[in-house]
Design a protein around this ligand. Sequence first.
Ligand SMILES: *Cc1c(COP(=O)(O)O)cnc(C)c1O
Length: 386
Amino acid sequence: MDRLVPRMRLHAASIFGEMSVLATKMGAINLGQGFPDTDGPQILKDAAIAAITEGRGNQYPPVHGLSVLREAIALHQQRFYGLSIDPDTDVVVGTGASEILSAALLALVDTDDEVIIFEPWFDVYDAGISLARGRRVAVPLRPPTFRPDIDALRAAITPRTKVLLINSPHNPTGTVFTLAELQAIADIAIEHDLIVISDEAYEHLWYTGHPHVPISTLPGMFERTVTVGSGGKCFSFTGWKVGWASGPRDLIAAVRVVRQHLSFVSGGPFQWAMTAGLDLPDSYFTEFRADLEYKRDILTSGLREMGLEVLPSQGTYFVMTNVRSLGFEEGMQFCREAAERARVVAIPVQALCADPLIGGAYVRWAFCKQPSVLREATAQLTAAFS
Ligand SMILES: *Cc1c(COP(=O)(O)O)cnc(C)c1O
């Protein structure tokens, strides 16, 4: 790592890559990395294939995204959240939510500006803040409930605070922020005139009783919020890497400037496919959610039956367990043993935290897998640990 600039050395390893390599080496079931093991709707594949065959999108598409896709994104925000968005100025398309998040941080955060994120966090945030030469300020989602600590958030604000980066439904905890929590966060953002970047990659994966509310729909919030979406997560094509942001013209204009100099444009045919996806009727999104909720329940009960303490997951692909209930002190040690003894791979939450008191005892499991795979995984775990 001698050649790497110092500010990026902390980000050299990715726990997701590391655990996937371990899964392959051990021939283990991979409940670590969050990707579905079944593809999304055929209609999206057909749309991508048709776009390639008919020569639409095989050359550079428009820099901020196909106009039909930007229109579909605006209509989606209107249909689900009642937001009025101008597709010409208030939307930008990029190479997955990941690139959009990096572009937003690079566009909005200057050297030594402080960016508040909740801990545990998605690793892209931490690396993106370093890329922008900003400073990460972590506010806990406190165990054992992993709700946002609003008092700690208020106490973390300084004159250098520039951006509040939030994520709900939240990876890795499965927490979905309540309206009251979002309102408390919004009040702080407005009082201190902060920009909010809201990562809503799992906007359609919230479960019964825990509806997702975009923070941009709260009074006074649209004008300060960049809302980020992920086509990969909405339609179960995580390999296609099309994501987007919407928000007020001035913030989106800033994100557009940086994003165009990262990947310039992103996969033309896949943008046609995502347009078809966003045009799907409400029933697609309802069934998608119900399917994941069913899988969540299978994994949750399997893990409970083997003696693990399982935190209820309200959204995302993920459920967390406390490994102390099986006599382990540390998630990392449990994950190594689970890979070797049970041939099942999960993610130690410690790798997504700086403070061991927050993530140390917890492990994240992905349930976006076929029911037979989830049942096989819990059978292997039960055999190994009981
Ligand atoms: C997967 C994920 C992303 C990245 O989405 P892509 O569209 O695959 O780049 C962003 N945020 C969270 C919380 C995620 O889990």
